[in-house]
Each structure stands twice: as structure tokens, then as C-alpha cells.
Design a protein around this ligand. Structure first.
Ligand SMILES: *Cc1c(COP(=O)(O)O)cnc(C)c1O
Length: 230
């Protein structure tokens, strides 16, 4: 069995067990295979193993892969978006995880509208408040959500975060919990597209089980599937 197949099987099993531990339906968690810097041949191998959802960080690289593999998969954008790349972000992806400022939201809305599509997005929150991190500060998130809610071509589906790096995944748990509590608060106020729930994009190779225990619906896993990136 290939390494990718074996890794995917192990991760799916760990996702299932983490969900069950938390009393959640394993089907409520989707695995986003993070394929940045990973060759299209390896992505095709993952597709052949039944993995059809991929996350990309770099626009030019993503564009090339999507035009090559398009129909076979669903694509999420999980990297930083410069406003001048908003057109690509708004037209190529099923979900954009990293909206963190109004100017970007407006540009995405405009380009989605021109392309005749409704774009699903998540708002990225800087839960830890680290200065170098992307994401809107928790205390500014509601204002951003309120204005974004007026944009006709965006659907706000939930929240995303990148917690600080920690050796022990247990140390990240409070950041995941804070994101979930924020999302519950905003859901109760009606900021999300669906009344019956919201997406929480959190958890990577080192900590996705903790994230699932805290409510993640989208885990973004790269290294544990494809090995380390060169
Ligand atoms: C690279 C990346 C991941 C995946 O990280 P791994 O540790 O390789 O699983 C997840 N989310 C974002 C935003 C990333 O940039």
C-alpha cells in the first residue's frame, strides 16, 4: 500500500475516533487535504484513494493545479489573499477560509458577482492576538461580520483560525474552544448563512484531534498525509 493511502486511512480513523470521543457524528467532520507545494501526481494519488477535498495556500500554484485536476476535486483556499488576487479567489474555489478584512470581502463579493456566483467564505480570527498572525481580532470580528452580511454575493459559513504553534496539542485546546464559543455567539446573532449550524476550520496535522473534540468541522491536514514539504 502506498504511503498516501496508508496515511489517509489512519487519519480518517483518527478523525472518526476523535468525533466519537466527543459524542459527535464523524460525518460532521471533513478532511481538507492541504496540498500546498505537493506535486499534482501525489494529489491524483490521493484522489484515487477517495480524497476529493483539497486546500491550497498559493494562488498561482493553486490555479495551475486546479486547471490540471479540476473536475476530480473540490478546492478550498486557505492562504493569505492579497486584494489584487481576489478575482482568482472568488472564481476558483468552493470555500475561502481566510477572509479577515472588509476590503478583501468587498473585492471577493465584486468578483463573485461578476462571475455570477455566490461565494462561500469563512472569517479568519486571530484568536491568540499574536502580532504577526493574519486574522481579524476577536473584538473586531462582529463589525466585520455585520458589514459582510450586507454583501450580496458572499455566504458567511463560519470561522477559521490558526492557533500559535505548540509542541503539546493540549496547549492549543483553549484557542480552539474560544473559536467555537465565538462562532456560537455569532450564530445566535444570525451572522451565518445557515441557521442550523456553521463551519469551524481548525486543526492541522499536529492537533486535529483536539480541534475535533472542540467542534472542528473542517480539519486542514497536510504533512500527516503527504509527508514533509520540501
Ligand atoms: C500548511 C497549512 C496547514 C497544514 O499544516 P500541516 O501541519 O502540514 O498539516 C493547515 N492550515 C494552513 C492555513 C496551512 O497554511
Amino acid at each position: 500500500m502506498s504511503a498516501i493511502k496508508e496515511n489517509l486511512e489512519k487519519i480518517r480513523e483518527r478523525i472518526k475516533n476523535a468525533a466519537l470521543r466527543a459524542g459527535r457524528d464523524p460525518q460532521s467532520v471533513s478532511l481538507v487535504a492541504v496540498s500546498k507545494k505537493i506535486d499534482s501526481m501525489l494529489i491524483e494519488e490521493a484522489i484515487a484513494c477517495g480524497q476529493t477535498l483539497f486546500g491550497e495556500n498559493y494562488m498561482q500554484e493553486a490555479k495551475e493545479k486546479i486547471s490540471f485536476l479540476q473536475a476530480a476535486a473540490q478546492w478550498h483556499f486557505i492562504g493569505h489573499i492579497q486584494s489584487k488576487k481576489a478575482k482568482d479567489a472568488a472564481t476558483l474555489f468552493d470555500l475561502v477560509h481566510t477572509v479577515d478584512r472588509l476590503k478583501l470581502a468587498q473585492a471577493l463579493d465584486k468578483h463573485a458577482g461578476l462571475a455570477g456566483r455566490i461565494l462561500s467564505v469563512l472569517v479568519q480570527i486571530n484568536v491568540s492576538g499574536e502580532a504577526q498572525k493574519e486574522g481579524v481580532a476577536p473584538e473586531n470580528a462582529e463589525e466585520l461580520l455585520a458589514v459582510m452580511g450586507e454583501l450580496p454575493n458572499l455566504k458567511i459559513r463560519g470561522l477559521m483560525t490558526m492557533p500559535p504553534f505548540m509542541d503539546n496539542p493540549e496547549d492549543v485546546r483553549p484557542f480552539f474552544r474560544t473559536l467555537r464559543q465565538l462562532a456560537e455567539h455569532f450564530a445566535a446573532k444570525g451572522y451565518f448563512d445557515r441557521r442550523d449550524g456553521f463551519e469551524l476550520s481548525m486543526g492541522m496535522s499536529g492537533d486535529f484531534e483536539v480541534a475535533i473534540e472542540e467542534g472542528a468541522t473542517l480539519v486542514r491536514v497536510g504533512t500527516a498525509i503527504f509527508g514533509s514539504r520540501l
